[in-house]
Design a protein around this ligand. Structure first.
Ligand code: ZN
Length: 218
């Protein structure tokens, strides 16, 4: 049975534990970053940490129904962290076939849509074969999001829903196939309406799960 790691961004206790989450931890390529951050929220106050946790639970239940073993980097929405390097270590376990980080963005309100972040460098300890699998994983989820998530490829960042970057610890530390999703812009009124509704999150979760399953079956 394949094991997929779902990494819901941030955590509900982060905002009240500033010292813990500001601790500097290894972020790959010799750089250091804060342990974790609070994340963003909609203008009405729906927090990103709640969104990422809810969507991850929904994705998990769909994957489980298809015989996939799912490990989460956190199992509640009231704790602190874990730090980005600890999250990456969970994803680097030898039996893991895919690591999917789930976030939503807090960008200027005029922009909307999702983007799939991919590492623009080869992470330390990762092989070219792993990088190719990360690319395939990101593309599979991208295509499923286009087909059925209700979100469009980002109008404000990257190209056609892809953004290649080198500053995300979760990707820089990954030795397993990994991708990092920004599932809409919480500061955009249209995206916020979908992200704040259970049915909107279910639609997004079904698309993410469909993409992961397409990758696993490809
Ligand atoms: Zn985030």
């Amino acid at each position: 049975m394949p094991t997929v790691v779902l990494n819901p961004g941030h955590n509900g206790g982060n905002a009240t534990h500033t010292a813990e989450i500001n601790r500097q931890v290894p972020a790959g390529f010799g750089a250091y970053k804060a342990c974790d951050t609070t994340g963003t929220n909609t203008d009405a106050g729906y927090p990103e940490h709640a969104f990422t946790f809810d969507v991850s639970l929904r994705v998990r239940s769909i994957l489980r129904a298809h015989g996939v073993r799912v490990v989460m980097t956190r199992y509640d929405d009231t704790g602190v962290g874990p730090c980005v390097d600890e999250r990456a270590a969970i994803g680097n376990a030898s039996n893991v076939v895919a690591v999917v980080s789930i976030h939503a963005d807090g960008a200027p309100s005029a922009g909307h849509g999702f983007h799939v972040n991919q590492d623009s460098r080869t992470p330390d300890g990762a092989t070219q074969a792993t990088v190719a699998k990360s690319d395939r994983l990101g593309h599979a989820i991208h295509d499923a999001l286009v087909a059925s998530s209700g979100l469009v490829p980002s109008t404000y960042i990257g190209q056609n829903g892809y953004y290649y970057r080198s500053d995300l610890a979760g990707l820089n530390l990954a030795r397993r196939p990994a991708t990092f999703l920004e599932l809409g812009n919480m500061r955009n009124s249209g995206d916020a309406a979908q992200l704040s509704s259970a049915s909107g999150r279910e639609q997004i979760a079904r698309a993410v799960a469909a993409g992961i399953l397409a990758y696993l079956n490809g």
